[in-house]
Design a protein. Structure first.
Length: 370
């Protein structure tokens, strides 16, 4: 009995004096673990006679309960002290300003596309859309590309594997296939419902969207954004195209000082065709539109080729039109001073925080958009 009382006193004193949870846990294992001093006493009950067990059992169990209670009490004290220390160290000073909240940004490409759509909408253009995966007919044949044209090769176009019928689809290389579908709808009202806009002539649509070409450098990316325009009406001529594009450039670059020139060019889908340059200043490591004596090519266009009108079921003797195409990413980079198009698709948060636009910014006086 004296030994049990001495052991109980020793263990309870040590429990009360434990400095931290690790020391207290070591004491618990020493006393109450499988090989602990109290556990060994409990194991010895099985070797005692019935009379000895009746006498020693309550005493040893009482020892176990007393030691366990002392350890639990000290554990509660240590946990409370640790919590108080954490609360003292981690308290919130409500007088301090709140931490900054990171906001999302409108991507420059989407900002540029919205600005372009708004400008052309004011000119009366409707919006048309189409699929990113196209067939050879709509992407090439209907647009007057000859069978051996280089654009059909693998090094320029992303072709998909043959389907069950032996046909190979492709990722569209331009948004012009939507123009074909809109004109077909205008001629016979028989195109899929995903063409968002289309009507019988006269037609005036813009076609924004993603396009894909096997090309990558500082001014080209395998996937980029393009916007094309199409006008079909009677007595349409190059003068209408020139006015449309010059008006767009003045509005987009927010200056009346834009000077343009048109150079003869060749596109399979327009005849005559031209590339449009804008006058600019390249000094100082940046490009400034509307000043200087240099020239920069920014888009191409021309009169819709009669072969395309016939393919779409329109009589070229009755209907004429013009078409043009602009690189959305490239124009955005030009307007907002971004030197490398590849950065637009790199997903760098620092880049988007620098070049991105706030969704709550004041409207632009030129476009009415943020």
């Amino acid at each position: 009995m004296t030994d049990l009382n001495r052991l109980q006193a020793e263990l309870t004193v040590r429990a009360a004096a434990a400095k931290d949870s690790a020391e207290l846990e070591a004491l618990r294992v020493e006393a109450l673990g499988k090989a602990g001093s109290v556990s060994e006493l409990l194991k010895g009950l099985g070797k005692m006679s019935p009379d000895e067990r009746r006498e020693q059992g309550p005493l040893i169990n009482g020892l176990r309960d007393a030691v366990a209670a002392a350890i639990a009490a000290r554990k509660a004290e240590l946990e409370a002290a640790e919590l108080d220390a954490r609360l003292a160290a981690e308290h919130v000073d409500l007088t301090l300003p709140a931490p900054p909240q990171r906001r999302g940004h409108v991507h420059p490409t989407m900002q540029t596309m919205d600005e372009m759509i708004a400008i052309f909408a004011e000119m009366g253009f409707a919006l048309a859309e189409g699929p990113d995966i196209e067939d050879d007919f709509h992407n090439f044949t209907a647009l007057n590309f000859p069978p051996k044209h280089p654009a059909r090769e693998m090094h320029d176009t992303f072709w998909l594997p043959q389907d069950a019928s032996g046909e190979r689809k492709l990722l569209r290389t331009h948004t012009s296939p939507v123009q074909i579908r809109v004109m077909q709808r205008g001629a016979n009202h028989d195109v899929p419902s995903w063409v968002a806009s289309g009507q019988a002539p006269p037609i005036r649509v813009i076609v924004p969207g993603r396009v894909y070409r096997s090309d990558s450098d500082a001014t080209h990316t395998p996937m980029f954004h393009q916007m094309e325009g199409l006008v079909i009406d009677r007595a349409i001529h190059m003068g209408h195209l020139k006015w449309t594009l010059e008006t767009f450039c003045r509005r987009f670059f927010e200056t009346e000082a834009v000077v343009t020139r048109f150079r003869p060019h060749h596109f399979p889908f327009t005849e005559p065709s031209a590339e449009m340059d804008v006058q600019c200043d390249r000094s100082g490591g940046s490009i400034k539109i509307g000043e200087g004596s240099d020239w920069l090519e920014i888009l191409g266009g021309g009169m819709v080729h009669p072969n395309i009108l016939r393919t779409c079921g329109l009589d070229p003797d009755e209907w004429q039109g013009f078409a043009f195409g602009l690189g959305v990413d490239r124009l955005g980079a030009l307007k907002y001073g971004m030197p490398d198009l590849r950065d637009m698709f790199a997903g760098d948060v620092r880049w988007i925080e620098h070049y991105g636009f706030s969704a709550f910014a004041a409207p632009s006086p030129a476009t009415g958009l943020s």
